[in-house]
Each structure stands twice: as structure tokens, then as C-alpha cells.
Ligand binder design. Structure first.
Ligand SMILES: Nc1nc2c(c(=O)[nH]1)N[C@H]1C(S)=C(S)[C@@H](COP(=O)(O)OP(=O)(O)OC[C@H]3O[C@@H](n4cnc5c(=O)[nH]c(N)nc54)[C@H](O)[C@@H]3O)O[C@H]1N2
Ligand SMILES: Nc1nc2c(c(=O)[nH]1)N[C@H]1C(S)=C(S)[C@@H](COP(=O)(O)OP(=O)(O)OC[C@H]3O[C@@H](n4cnc5c(=O)[nH]c(N)nc54)[C@H](O)[C@@H]3O)O[C@H]1N2
Ligand code: SF4
Ligand SMILES: [Mo]
Length: 698
């Protein structure tokens, strides 16, 4: 028996683990009480890391498709096949004929961050897509516009705030997002114990809403009206406190003039007097943090709504103050070091729909268009990097057909999922327990500054490859074949970089910080180093010209006319939203019996009154239909739903042929993204995944 420290990389909370090994086998996983950030917390998913490790359906060797079957091939053969075919597509049809999709687990792997991004860059296609545009694109675009860098996001200082306003997030189940907050329940208890309050606006009475001091139903997609009305009241009543480095307030005042609390009530269902009271509370609390998460991002006015969140924090003096929202100062400062670029917007547009890029990525909602529309620049080949866009992006069924028609598909993944089932070659990397970890992303988004390096818990098995080694090989082998004309020096520098391990790269980055940390020092510290609570850093930390924040952003202000023209909601219509469960993990992990057993949770949730008016019984099988598709699923009555709103979890629906991800309960469920509509986009390019108009029939 042996106990070693580990880390869970399944969600943004990055909990520290203590893993028990018996003869090289994982026998126990628990939280590490000495971890300075997670303080012993884990959720059931960490325990299931061992199920992924032991899963017979997990791929351990590269496979190539032969007819309808998979054949194991050597790494060398598999990597050459991938390089040959990617290079051929680009040679024959131009470099944009290759599309790349980067899925969510990329940001949870050090190797993807250090080597995946370099590999993707070396392939030089403009058809680059990722989960960003079905998730946090408005946040990143606003961080770029307001603070000068796409990753410079203010984080709620939950450990000190006295008033926490949450819209469209369910941290009790998700463990926080763009707010790395392990042990949210514990931190919420502490907030309440010091007399603080949490207020939640959500169309479902979620786990977080139940734990809140106040919850108000808000009609999906209408948050912009509520948030602008909050700004309106604060400016109207003279409750603002504008920091000296903030510009554009008078333009904001003009812009929100028409968005009154009464208007907000008509659009959202949140009573006008409640809007007024919340505005006053945010402005007058000892400290307040306004937080809008995915429910607010993946909606028709995601950019406007998230902008209003930033404006609220800024004009109430809560930006950059303890208990408000603050910037981190991580030991590897990816912002200041330029490890991740600051971003750019609308430098080019997508071929078919003319949609703007952000930071070199196009909206994933248009990936199928680029595959299906003939002409110069049509996508012919796809490289999937730990993702499952058929399940995760709007109108997955259409994307499924589009991918089936491509000349060549390669995937770096260890499951045959709804999307990788179309691959010609799948390259499975080592799993999370088999590789070192330092979090380059989530320390930068955490509620406290800490630094932790976790060596691999288990040795790399014979004949396995780490993801960074796979990325290195794809980059080097394709570069040779494509024979891009580049100076010898540049090529040698790139090769040398790709040959450094991620751990070496992190070590170098740590050493350049003035705190002079190193992998050795972090290793010696075991559980990691506590670098303290978040500290005020403005205006110095701003990456904008002159270190100033300009709230009057044309992209946002121009979209207010579109918002102004939104008709009042339909009386008896139904709209669909998504949900997450604590024991689900996006579109995978359902193979774990430990996580899926118990009460099924794939159902469509619907208010009892909405069922009654349609004469549908609780538990019946219903047909849910949207503009793009139709699914049949069991319905469950739930008074946690706002009337007129129904909910399906995302990441379900493992019934497509050949998929080796299942639901261990035997009920595959349906994919919500067979109903979501890729034509519905926010101005940022983010997909609108919530508020989809649907009908439900028995
Ligand atoms: N309707 C609706 N749709 C949504 C959402 C929603 O709320 N509603 N949420 C959206 C959001 S926020 C996100 S982030 C996306 C997520 O959607 P995707 O980007 O598709 O990500 P996952 O579903 O997590 O895909 C996981 C895949 O990565 C593989 N994988 C896991 N770990 C690793 C690893 O270490 N290396 C490699 N190479 N592969 C690995 C798994 O085997 C699995 O096949 O879904 C989005 N889609
Ligand atoms: N257990 C678990 N944890 C996860 C994940 C997981 O799949 N499972 N996924 C991870 C990922 S990739 C992400 S991005 C984060 C997301 O983290 P969260 O943002 O906390 O995710 P959700 O639980 O989907 O919460 C979104 C909430 O928005 C509400 N909502 C829907 N539409 C609207 C609307 O129009 N307005 C408002 N105000 N609310 C609305 C929904 O009812 C839901 O409660 O979670 C991460 N953590
Ligand atoms: S909250 Fe759960 S899934 Fe997220 S990092 Fe912690 S243990 Fe892993
Ligand atoms: Mo996400």
C-alpha cells in the first residue's frame, strides 16, 4: 500500500487528491486536506477517475478503421497515416481544407496547453474551432475589449464577499466555472456565517438556488434586460462609484436609459421592485460580486448580458476590491508572459456565413456549413482533439452527417464517442493519472492564488504515448510533408521547443516569475504553495493602452438596438434549456457505473402545470420538437422549473451506432443538441444553446 498525491482534472475546481495504490492499482481516491486551494474537498467524479483508468472500453493503442471495424496499428504507422492525410488534404485543397476541433479536456491537460496549441498553430488553418464558442466566448471577448487580454477575467472573491449575485450558473453542481472554487458548498456556508447573502437568478430552482437566500425565476434569454435595468437603477439613483481608470460611463448611461425595471419585468418575469432592490443591494453592500456564467453566455444576448455584469462590478466600485471581483496573480502568469496571446477580433471571417473570428477561432456553430458547402476552401479533413462536437454543438445530427462525408478524420482521444466514431485513425494518449500536472489555466481563474505541481500518480505504461508526444509527432511529421518554406532557424527553434517536456516548459515559466518558483520547489512543498488571497492590482494589471477601461464598447452598444426590438414573450410557448448534474461530466464519463447508478437523470423536466395543459402524464414518453429536429424522451414533472421552460441535460444520447461510450444504467438518453439551432448566434459568435423554442407532445 502506498499513498501518493494526485489532482483531479475533470472540472475547473482542480481538487487535490490523495490516491492509495496497492501493487500499482488504484484502490482509493480522496480529497487532500492539506491542499491550500481545495482543502480536502472532492466530488464523486474524482473517485471515478479510477473507473476511466480501468475501463475496458477505453482505447490504449492506436486504431485505424477497416470497413466497420477497428484494427490496432503501431504508433509509427498511425502517426504517419494521420500526417499523410492531413498534409494531403492541405496540399490538394488548400490549408483551410483541414478543420480542427479542440474540446473541453484540452484546457485540463498540461500537454495540450504546451504542445497542442503549438501543433495546431503549425497546421495554419483558419478553420479552427473549439468548445469556447459553445461556452465562454463572450467572457473572453469582453476580457479582451475591456481589460486588454482574453484571459484577464475578474474572479468573484467568494471568500470575502458580503453579497454574491449569481445568474446562469449552478456551482453547487458544476463546482464553479471561470471561478475555480473547490468546495463551493463549504465556502457558501462561510459566506453565510459572516452575514453575507447569495441571490440567484435562474429559470430552474437549482441546487444553488435552493442554497441561496433568494431565488428568482428569469425567462431564458432575458438576462440582458434585467442586468441593464440594474445598471439603469444604479446610475439613475446616483449610487455609482466610478474608479478613476474607468471611461465611457456617460455613454453607458445613455445606452441603458430605455431599459427600465418595468421593461425587465415584462421580458424576464423578475418583478420590477425586485430589480430595484437588487440594484440597491449590489451598490450599497459592504462588498458585492456579480457573476454570470454559462446560462448567461449561451443566449441570444450573451455579450450584452456579460458586458452588463462587468459594468455592474465596475460602477459599484466592486472591481478589484476584496469581496468584489478581482484578478489573480498566478505563479505562471500566462497573461503577462504572453504565453497566451491577448486576442483579436474579426480579422477574418468564415467562408460560408461570414462570421467573425475571435483569437484565431471561428464559431463552431458553423463548422458543418464549412464541411457541407462546396467551393474553394471547403473542409475535407478533420482533426478532433479531445472533443465530441456531435454531442456538444448545435444541430449535432447535421454535423454528424457532415463529418461522415469527409475524406479523412483523425482523433486524439481514448474513447469511440459520437464524433470519433467517424475517425479513420484514433490516437489514444495516456490518462490523467499517468501524466504530470501543473494547471496553466485554472490557477489563473481561481478564487485564491496557489501553485501546485503534481507528478504522475501511475507510471506511463509500455507502448503508450503522452498527448504532448502525439502533438509533437503530428506537428513534425506534417511539417516535413507539407514542406512549408520557413527559415531553417525558425524550424529548429520550433523543433527544439516541441522536444521539451511540458514539465520542463512549466519549470522555465515558473523560474521567470519574480517569486522564483520551480518545479522542484513545488514538488518539495507536496500539496502546493499558498500564495495568498487575491490582491488589488488595478490599474497596473490592465493590458489596455494607458491602463484604462473603456466601458463604451461599440460591439456591445450597437447590439442594444437588436435587444430593444425583441418582441414580448409568447404566452403559451415552451423554451428549452440545458442542465448539469454533479455526477455528469459533459459528454463522457457515463461508462462509470459509480457515477450513473441510482435515479435516472436523462429526463425532460417540465412544470406540472405545463404538463396538465397539454394533457401529458408525468413519466410519459414525449416528442420534443424544435426548428432543427425532434427527439423522444421520458418526461418528469418538476416544480423546480419555471412555467414555460423545459430542461434536458447536455452530453446525453449515446445511442448512435458504434459508440463505445454508454450510460452504465442502460438508458442512453437523448442529445439536447439534436434540438439546438446553429442559426441562433450571439454577436460574439457564441452559440445560443438555451431558450430554444420547442413543442412537447405526448
Ligand atoms: N446544449 C448544450 N450544449 C453544450 C453545453 C451546454 O450547457 N448545453 N455545454 C458546452 C460546454 S460548456 C462545453 S465545455 C462543451 C464540451 O464538449 P466537448 O468539447 O465536446 O467536450 P467533452 O464532452 O468533455 O468531450 C470529451 C471527449 O474528450 C475525451 N477526453 C477526456 N479526457 C481526455 C484527455 O485527457 N485527452 C484526450 N485526448 N481526450 C480526452 C473524452 O474521451 C471525450 O471523448 O459542451 C458544450 N455543449
Ligand atoms: N458536474 C459537472 N460539473 C461541470 C461540468 C459538467 O458537465 N458536470 N461541466 C464543466 C463545464 S465545461 C462548464 S463550462 C461549467 C459550467 O458551469 P455552470 O455555468 O455553473 O453550469 P450549469 O450547471 O450548466 O449552469 C447553468 C445554469 O444556467 C441556467 N440557465 C439556463 N438558461 C438561462 C438563462 O437564460 N438565464 C439564466 N439566468 N440562467 C439560465 C440553468 O438552469 C443552469 O442552472 O461546469 C463545469 N463543471
Ligand atoms: S469538483 Fe469533482 S470533478 Fe471537479 S476537480 Fe474536484 S473532484 Fe474533480
Ligand atoms: Mo465548458
Amino acid at each position: 500500500m502506498e499513498r501518493v498525491l494526485g489532482v483531479c482534472n475533470l472540472c475547473e475546481a482542480i481538487c487535490g487528491l490523495v490516491v492509495t495504490l496497492d501493487d500499482g492499482r488504484v484502490t482509493d481516491v480522496r480529497g487532500n486536506p492539506d491542499d491550500p486551494l481545495s482543502r480536502g474537498h472532492v466530488c464523486p467524479k474524482a473517485i471515478a477517475l479510477q473507473d476511466v483508468h480501468a475501463d475496458p472500453d477505453r482505447l490504449r493503442r492506436p486504431v485505424r478503421r477497416v470497413g466497420d471495424t477497428w484494427q490496432e496499428v503501431s504508433w509509427d504507422e498511425a502517426l504517419d497515416l494521420v500526417a499523410d492525410n492531413l498534409a494531403r488534404a492541405q496540399r490538394e485543397h488548400g490549408r483551410d481544407a483541414l478543420a480542427i476541433y479542440l474540446g473541453n479536456p484540452n484546457v485540463h491537460s498540461i500537454g495540450s496547453m504546451t504542445h497542442g496549441t503549438a501543433m495546431v498553430k503549425s497546421l495554419r488553418t483558419r478553420n479552427k474551432f473549439s468548445a469556447t464558442s459553445v461556452d465562454q466566448l463572450p467572457h473572453q471577448l469582453l476580457a479582451y475589449l475591456l481589460y486588454g487580454h482574453q484571459l484577464l477575467l475578474p474572479i468573484p472573491d467568494i471568500d470575502r464577499t458580503q453579497y454574491f449575485l449569481v445568474l446562469g450558473g449552478n456551482p453547487m453542481a458544476s463546482n464553479g466555472s471561470l471561478m475555480t472554487v473547490p468546495d463551493f458548498p463549504g465556502r457558501l456556508r462561510e459566506l453565510k456565517a459572516r452575514g453575507g447573502r447569495m441571490v440567484v437568478l435562474d429559470p430552474r430552482r437549482t441546487e444553488t438556488a435552493k442554497a441561496a437566500d433568494e431565488h428568482h425565476f428569469v425567462r431564458p434569454g432575458s438576462d440582458a434586460f434585467v442586468l441593464l435595468a440594474l445598471v439603469h437603477v444604479i446610475l439613475d439613483e446616483g449610487l455609482e462609484r466610478i474608479p478613476s481608470y474607468v471611461d465611457g460611463v456617460s455613454a453607458v448611461r445613455d445606452a441603458v436609459a430605455a431599459f427600465t425595471p418595468e421593461r425587465a419585468e415584462a421580458a424576464s418575469g423578475v418583478p420590477a421592485d425586485v430589480v430595484r432592490r437588487i440594484a440597491r443591494d449590489v451598490a450599497t453592500a459592504e462588498s458585492a460580486a456579480v457573476y454570470g456564467r454559462i446560462g448567461v453566455s449561451v443566449q441570444e444576448f450573451g455579450l450584452v448580458a456579460q458586458w452588463a455584469v462587468q459594468v455592474l462590478n465596475a460602477i459599484t466600485g466592486n472591481l478589484d476590491r476584496p469581496g468584489g471581483v478581482m484578478f489573480t496573480r498566478p505563479a505562471v502568469d500566462v497573461v503577462r508572459r504572453g504565453f497566451v496571446g491577448r486576442g483579436h477580433h474579426d480579422v477574418w471571417r468564415s467562408r460560408v456565413r461570414g462570421l467573425p473570428e475571435f483569437a484565431g477561432e471561428l464559431p463552431v456553430a458553423t463548422m458543418a456549413d464549412e464541411m457541407l458547402t462546396p467551393g474553394d476552401g471547403q473542409v475535407k479533413a478533420l482533426l478532433l482533439l479531445s472533443g465530441n462536437p456531435v454531442s456538444s454543438t448545435p444541430d449535432g445530427a447535421r454535423l454528424d452527417r457532415a463529418i461522415a462525408g469527409l475524406d479523412f478524420v483523425a482523433a486524439v482521444d481514448f474513447y469511440v464517442n459520437e464524433t470519433t466514431r467517424h475517425a479513420d485513425v484514433i490516437l489514444p494518449p495516456t490518462g490523467a493519472l499517468e501524466r504530470d500536472h501543473y494547471d496553466l489555466v485554472f490557477h489563473a481563474l481561481a478564487v485564491r492564488d496557489t501553485a501546485r505541481f503534481t507528478p504522475a500518480v501511475l507510471p506511463k505504461p509500455d507502448g503508450a504515448m503522452h498527448d504532448w508526444e502525439i502533438y509533437r509527432e503530428i506537428a513534425l511529421r506534417t511539417a516535413r510533408l507539407v514542406g512549408r518554406k520557413r527559415p531553417l532557424r525558425a524550424r529548429l527553434v520550433q523543433e527544439a521547443r516541441l522536444r521539451l517536456s511540458p514539465t520542463r516548459v512549466v519549470d522555465l515559466l515558473l523560474r521567470t516569475d519574480e517569486r522564483r518558483l520551480s518545479v522542484r520547489r513545488l514538488r518539495a512543498s507536496g500539496a502546493g504553495l499558498d500564495l495568498g488571497p487575491l490582491r488589488p492590482q488595478l490599474p497596473g494589471r490592465l493590458q489596455t493602452p494607458g491602463h484604462r477601461i473603456d466601458l463604451a464598447q461599440p460591439l456591445v452598444l450597437d447590439d442594444l438596438a437588436r435587444l430593444d426590438a425583441v418582441p414580448p414573450p409568447e404566452e403559451d410557448g415552451l423554451v428549452l434549456i440545458g442542465r448539469r448534474h454533479q455526477r455528469d461530466c459533459n459528454s463522457w464519463m457515463h461508462n462509470s457505473e459509480r457515477l450513473t447508478k441510482g435515479r435516472p437523470r436523462h429526463q425532460l423536466l417540465m412544470h406540472p402545470d405545463d404538463l396538465a395543459t397539454r394533457g401529458i402524464d408525468d413519466g410519459a414518453e414525449v416528442t420534443v420538437t424544435s426548428r432543427v429536429g425532434s427527439v423522444r424522451v421520458e418526461v418528469a414533472a418538476s416544480d423546480t422549473m419555471m412555467r414555460g421552460v423545459v430542461s434536458l441535460p447536455h452530453g446525453y444520447g449515446h445511442a448512435r451506432e458504434g459508440v463505445r461510450m454508454r450510460n452504465a444504467t442502460g438508458v442512453p438518453g437523448v442529445s439536447i443538441n439534436d434540438l439546438t439551432d446553429p442559426e441562433r448566434l450571439d454577436v460574439s459568435g457564441n452559440a445560443v444553446l438555451n431558450g430554444t423554442p420547442v413543442t412537447v407532445t405526448a
